[in-house]
Design a protein around this ligand. Structure first.
Ligand SMILES: [Zn+2]
Length: 492
């Protein structure tokens, strides 16, 4: 949502907000769940058990279509391929892909308009901007084809979690669905079109969490789809109060899932956690299945290469960067896009019998939790929404050293204006509430952590649980990550 509808929505009474949420759900239902969706779902169900050759042949066929389309209608690729003296007919299989260079985030930022296909009506495209939390904010466009495919992949993951469309589920993700100033329940809205309880991730504190659990019980929720850190807060509270809430599954995405988080979630919700991976650029998708032996690469969605530092593909068992080619976005094809995430390719096949390759673990950026002076805990990924679409912003980081203040460090280019700072401040204030002051600091660069990782939100304020207080998430030196980053944002 952009600023204006967000502000208007916030002014409506709760009943009207529920109607708006359901209306939006119905609109999306029509856009993404038509006959085409059913067809893709059926084909995904069959291809996940097809032979490797059959899946490879499908990828090659889609690749040829994407490359030919890119050459003919995307100025960036037309010029690039001419310069390299490559014709579309030279790229007929996945092996040939390597004659094309890797597409960096920086190149996408610099060539944004030239990466758009001239064959699509611009007005009908969906635009999305990554938040620039890992470096350059990248603005991408999708057409309907990729939206439908992405949705079908999401439902494949939910199916693997044992919860099909229409069954009651809850989401605890980024949508600013309940104004931060609201202090009494309901801290959720209900999308009746999807049977989806949308929980606010911005109101999690000890006083409010019991209401969340009651709402989930009342609606008979079977699955929780959440940021790991947000779900973990619920689970920590449940542990403290010795409460359990049996579900069929918990589906996590968008940030690294820590082993300690997975363990506690499984214990409190009495089910397995299914971790998924995707990104706003819509080039790769992966998810665990019901056997939890790794994340299956959704090979129908994109061609995933795991490359070492020299740009060579790693052997099974090896680790490297995820470089991926989306097979469905004809509006803005991204070929060999460097996601910035790292993964390990598993050498064993999954015991579920699906032939989709497995990734052992995916590591993206790590983020802490912001603790406000009133004790609310706001997961780091939520704050990234305040930075989306802000121009001339190269990099950012949020540092919290005291409960009543955060410092926003910005690396900005020429052209970044005071009103851009105000926009970020407004977006953060809407999410953090009024009990946290926001200070800005302009810097030339933002260093990596001692362990070479980039943490976007760094908080040294302890998490408070009743009388207990524990370190913020990533302060434990060797916090093991077994998770993923994703931006699979639909009506979450
Ligand atoms: Zn499997």
């Amino acid at each position: 949502m952009t600023d204006l509808p967000e502000k208007l929505y916030a002014c409506c009474p709760i009943g009207v907000q529920n109607m708006l949420v359901s209306w939006y759900g119905r609109k999306i239902l029509r856009e993404r769940f038509g006959p085409e969706f059913q067809k893709i779902r059926a084909s995904l169900a069959s291809s996940e058990r097809a032979g490797r050759e059959e899946i490879g042949a499908y990828q090659d066929e889609r690749l040829r279509a994407v490359v030919a389309h890119a050459y003919e209608t995307v100025p960036y690729y037309g010029e690039l391929m001419d310069r390299l003296d490559i014709r579309p007919s030279d790229i007929s299989t996945r092996d040939d892909l390597r004659s094309l260079p890797i597409l960096t985030r920086e190149a996408v930022v610099e060539n944004r308009e030239r990466l758009l296909s001239t064959s699509r009506t611009r007005g009908r495209l969906r635009r999305a901007t990554t938040s620039g939390t890992t470096g350059y904010p990248v603005s991408v466009c999708w057409d309907r084809g990729v939206s439908v495919m992405n949705n079908a992949c999401l439902w494949r993951a939910r199916d693997w979690g044992g919860v099909g469309f229409g069954r009651p589920y809850a989401t605890l993700m980024g949508r600013l669905i309940v104004p931060a100033r609201q202090t009494r329940p309901p801290f959720w809205r209900f999308n009746s079109s999807w049977n989806q309880l949308i929980l606010s991730s911005y109101h999690l504190d000890e006083g409010n969490i019991p209401h969340y659990l009651d709402a989930m019980r009342e609606r008979g929720i079977e699955m929780l789809e959440a940021y790991p850190s947000a779900a973990y807060m619920l689970a920590r509270y449940m542990e403290m109060e010795s409460v359990r809430l049996p579900l069929k599954s918990v589906l996590t995405s968008s940030e690294p899932l820590l082993a300690i988080q997975r363990e506690l979630l499984e214990d409190r919700f009495c089910c397995r956690v299914l971790d998924a991976y995707g990104q706003a650029e819509r080039v790769a998708f992966a998810s665990e299945c019901e056997r939890h032996e790794g994340l299956h690469i959704f090979e129908e969605y994109g061609i995933v290469e795991i490359l070492n530092e020299d740009g060579e593909p790693v052997e099974p068992g090896g680790s490297g960067q995820i470089v991926a080619t989306g097979l469905h976005n004809m509006a803005m094809p991204l070929i060999r896009y460097a996601t910035g995430d790292a993964a390990t390719l598993k050498s064993e096949a999954c015991s579920c019998g699906r032939t989709l390759r497995l990734l052992e673990s995916i590591t993206g950026k790590a983020e802490d939790i912001i603790v406000t002076s009133r004790g609310r805990m706001v997961p780091g990924p939520l704050l990234s929404y305040a930075f989306k679409g802000v121009p001339h912003l190269v990099r950012s980081q949020i540092v919290q050293e005291r409960p009543d203040e955060i410092r926003v460090r910005l690396v900005a280019e020429k052209g970044f204006l005071p009103r851009d700072e105000e926009r970020i401040r407004g977006g953060l204030a809407r999410r953090l509430g009024s009990d946290v002051a926001i200070a800005f600091e302009y810097v030339d660069e933002i260093p990596m952590s001692a362990r070479g990782k980039y943490r976007w939100v760094v908080s040294s304020v302890p998490l408070r649980w009743g009388k207990l207080s524990t370190a913020n998430l990533y302060q434990e030196e060797d916090a093991e990550t077994v998770g993923a980053r994703s931006g699979h944002g639909d009506a979450n």
